[in-house]
Design a protein around this ligand. Structure first.
Ligand code: SAH
Length: 354
C-alpha cells in the first residue's frame, strides 16, 4: 500500500467519496507523495516516453515554428518564451538551439518554465545549463510580455471531472471505498450547466470529461495573446469533443489499475481540444492538426535525412525508428494532435492552418 493509498483511504472513510478530479490532483501533485513531485517519470527506465525524448527533431521544428510566429508578429523584444510542464527540459533545449539561428530570437527571449515538481526542475536545470531560466508554479507568475508558449503532454496530466449522463442530468464519478479498498462510484444526479451543449450528442450512460484546470490555463494564455501578442502550440493526445472514459494509469510503460497505487503510477486523460479552443477566446485557434501532418508540414523528413547522413548502424536504425514513431499514423502521428493559439487576424504558426 502506497503512503497516498493510506492517506486517501483515511480521508474518504472520514469525509466520504471525493470527485475523480481531487483523486487525480492528489495522486499527481500532492506536495509530499505526489507522482510528479517524487520522481522523474520519463524515459526507458521510467513510466512513459514523450516526443522530445524520442528525437531532437520534435523540439527543433516546434522551436522554428514559434520563431516564425515571432517574426510574423513583428519580432517583439523582449518576449516570454514559456513552457508548461517541461519534463526534463529537452524540448526547450532543442527549441532554443534551433531557434537561435533566427537573428534576434535568443537575445529577446526570456525563458519561463511552469513546473510543480522539484525533481523535474532539477533535471531541467541540468539540461538547460548556461541558459537563464525562471521557474514558476503557475502561469500567473510570468511577466506581462508578448508570450510564445509550448505545452507537450501537459494538459493530459491535469485533473479531470467525469460525468455520466443520466436522463436530463449527470452523475459525477467519485472515488469511495468498499471493504477497505478504494473503489469507483457515482454521485447523485445533478444538472451541469457547463454540459448543456452535450445533451444533444450523448445518451444515458455516456461519459463526458471536463478539465476545469486546463480551461483556466488556456483562458489565461488566450487573454495574454489577445492583449500583448504571441502564440501557443499545444500538443497532446485527444480529440475535438471527446466522448467516453479516457482516464488511464501507466506504470513501467504498461497500463495498470488507476486505483491500485496512488502516487506511484502516471494518471492521464485525453484532452478535449474543443473545450480548450472555447476557453482561449478572445485569441484565435487553429484547426486541430494530427502531429504527423504538423511535423511533415514543417519538413521533418528532410531534417531526418540530413541527420541520417551522419549516422550508421544501430544509431541510424534508432533514428529511422524515431522518425516513424513521431509521424506514423499507427504510432504517435494521429493520436497526438496540435492546436495553435494566436491573435485574431494574424496567421497561425507554421504547421497549423486556420
Ligand atoms: N513536456 C514534457 C513532460 C511531460 S510530463 C515532455 O514532453 O517530455 C508532464 C509535465 O507537467 C511534468 O514536467 C510535470 O511535472 C508537469 N506538471 C504536471 N502537472 C502540473 C501542474 N499542475 N502544474 C505544473 N506542472 C505540472
Amino acid at each position: 500500500m502506497t503512503p497516498l493509498y493510506r492517506y486517501l483511504l483515511a480521508r474518504i472513510t472520514e469525509g466520504g467519496p471525493i470527485p475523480l478530479s481531487e483523486y487525480m490532483q492528489t495522486c499527481l501533485i500532492h506536495p509530499e507523495y505526489g507522482y510528479y513531485v517524487t520522481r522523474d517519470p520519463l524515459g526507458a527506465a521510467g513510466d512513459f516516453t514523450t516526443a522530445p525524448e524520442i528525437s531532437q527533431m520534435f523540439g527543433e521544428l516546434l522551436g522554428l515554428s514559434l520563431a516564425q510566429a515571432w517574426l510574423d508578429l513583428g519580432a517583439p523584444v523582449p518576449f516570454a518564451l514559456v513552457e508548461l510542464g517541461p519534463g526534463r527540459g529537452t524540448l526547450m533545449a532543442d527549441m532554443l538551439r534551433a531557434a537561435a539561428k533566427v537573428p534576434g530570437f535568443a537575445d529577446a527571449a526570456q525563458v519561463h518554465l511552469i513546473e510543480v515538481s522539484a525533481a523535474l526542475r532539477a533535471a531541467q536545470r541540468k539540461t538547460l545549463q548556461g541558459i537563464k531560466v525562471h521557474w514558476h508554479e503557475r502561469l500567473a507568475g510570468v511577466p506581462d510580455l508578448p508570450i510564445f508558449l509550448v505545452a507537450n503532454e501537459f494538459f493530459d496530466a491535469l485533473p479531470i471531472r467525469q460525468m455520466q449522463r443520466d436522463g436530463p442530468g449527470w452523475r459525477e464519478c467519485c472515488i469511495g471505498q468498499q471493504d477497505g479498498a478504494l473503489a469507483f462510484g457515482l454521485g447523485a444526479r445533478m444538472p451541469v450547466p457547463a454540459l448543456e451543449y452535450r445533451l444533444a450528442d450523448t445518451k444515458d450512460g455516456d461519459i463526458v470529461e471536463l478539465c476545469p484546470a486546463g480551461a483556466d490555463i488556456v483562458h489565461e494564455i488566450g487573454q495574454r495573446i489577445a492583449a500583448r501578442g504571441g502564440a501557443a502550440l499545444i500538443v497532446d493526445y485527444g480529440d475535438w469533443r471527446t466522448l467516453g472514459d479516457t482516464f488511464q494509469a501507466l506504470s513501467g510503460h504498461a497500463h495498470t489499475d488507476p486505483l491500485a497505487a496512488p502516487g506511484a503510477a502516471d494518471l492521464t486523460a485525453h484532452v478535449d481540444f474543443e473545450a480548450l479552443a472555447e476557453a482561449a477566446t478572445p485569441a484565435a485557434h487553429s484547426r486541430l492538426t494530427p502531429q504527423g501532418i504538423f511535423l511533415e508540414r514543417l519538413g521533418i523528413t528532410r531534417r531526418a535525412q540530413a541527420l541520417a547522413g551522419g549516422l550508421s548502424g544501430a544509431s541510424l536504425d534508432a533514428h529511422v525508428a524515431a522518425h516513424r514513431r513521431l509521424t506514423h499514423p499507427a504510432e504517435m502521428g494521429t493520436l497526438f494532435k496540435v492546436m495553435a493559439l494566436y491573435p485574431k487576424g494574424a496567421v497561425p504558426p507554421p504547421g497549423c492552418t486556420t
